[in-house]
Design a binder for this molecule. Structure first.
Ligand code: AMP
Ligand code: MG
Length: 297
């Protein structure tokens, strides 16, 4: 279990302007590991990852049995930051019946003809389940902010300026507040990879034939907008890290750090709900009580 003060390091404080340069994508060790050599650190990381998968499986099983809360996990990041790998790792220990993953791509014409939250609302997890959004409604204030022409027909009747984006942040906050008040726990992770590490991972995708499929032409184009994306992330994180649905900026240059922290924050958040397995009612007692009641009539 990673200590709470470490988790707090990555939680975006409320009501403060986020500056991403204050968050180190290459963070990999807390004080307690600072004297570890490379091998010892890797060894320790493996133990932590195994441990937190066991804890997560237990937490999920409780969530399912208790059946009062849902957990919505939002994953946002630049390309090659490790979203897919994190989902694979985090979900590797949990019961498939209790979780679901949705990946959001460019919206269809039908989706664009609805309000921007519509397509996400239909994919929300029900009570007892963990739902993961691999990209989310945050794309609508990130990629769409960088490329406003993605707004489609909405452009025709709205002036797209500061007010437009502020209204979207407000809508997102209200939407999330509604979900939280109805029993959904929301955890939002921005996997913070550095531009250098993205370059290294892109090169790996190009160099290794079995990884070629992961590379798409638009990846290079979007990399060219890096600074615009960072500005859009800073604005979105600042405006939508709320008491009810906080953002975490997760260091993403080391995959095992990302995976460990995400699994741990999910586990800790479910444990904080203090769930209990429902008490089993004794069937025989039920029957004898009914018999007694009928006899007394
Ligand atoms: P990937 O996750 O790598 O498969 O890529 C999915 C692509 O869909 C990314 O380039 C996203 O930016 C894009 N995308 C996801 N949601 C939206 C949206 N609401 N509007 C426009 N593009 C989106
Ligand atoms: Mg991609």
């Amino acid at each position: 279990m990673i200590r709470k003060d470490i988790i707090d390091l990555f939680r975006v404080p409320l009501g403060k302007k986020v500056r991403l340069k204050d968050y180190n994508p290459g963070w990999k060790q807390s004080e307690e590991f600072k004297d570890f050599g490379k091998d010892a650190l890797k060894e320790r990381a493996k133990v932590i990852l195994d441990e937190n998968l066991v804890n997560l499986a237990e937490a999920q099983s409780l969530l399912y049995a208790d059946d009062r809360f849902a957990v919505l996990i939002v994953l946002q990041a630049m390309d090659a930051a490790g979203k897919d790998g994190t989902i694979k790792h985090v979900m590797s220990g949990v019961n498939p019946q209790g979780c679901q993953v949705f990946s959001f791509k460019k919206p269809s014409a039908e989706e664009l003809d609805h309000n921007f939250l519509w397509r996400y609302m239909r994919c929300l997890p029900e009570r007892g389940r963990i739902g993961i959004f691999n990209r989310s409604y945050y794309e609508d204030v990130l990629v769409v902010k960088v490329h406003p022409d993605f707004l489609g027909r909405q452009l025709a009747h709205e002036k797209v300026g500061k007010k437009f984006w502020e209204a979207r942040y407000e809508d997102i906050n209200a939407f999330e507040h509604h979900l939280v008040r109805n029993g959904t726990v929301i955890l939002k992770f921005f996997l913070n990879v550095s531009k250098d590490e993205q370059k290294r991972r892109f090169l790996e995708r190009l160099d290794r034939p079995e990884k070629n499929w992961k590379f798409s032409a638009s990846d290079m184009a979007e990399r060219g907008f890096w600074d615009d994306y960072m500005a859009a992330y800073e604005d979105a994180l600042s405006a939508t890290s709320t008491e009810w649905a906080p953002w975490y900026v997760i260091p993403a240059d080391y995959k095992w750090v990302t995976r460990g922290l995400v699994a741990d924050i999910i586990t800790t958040s479910i444990q904080a709900l203090n769930l209990k397995y429902p008490e089993v009612t004794d069937e025989r007692k039920l029957l004898s009580d009914a018999r007694k009641k009928l006899g007394a009539e």
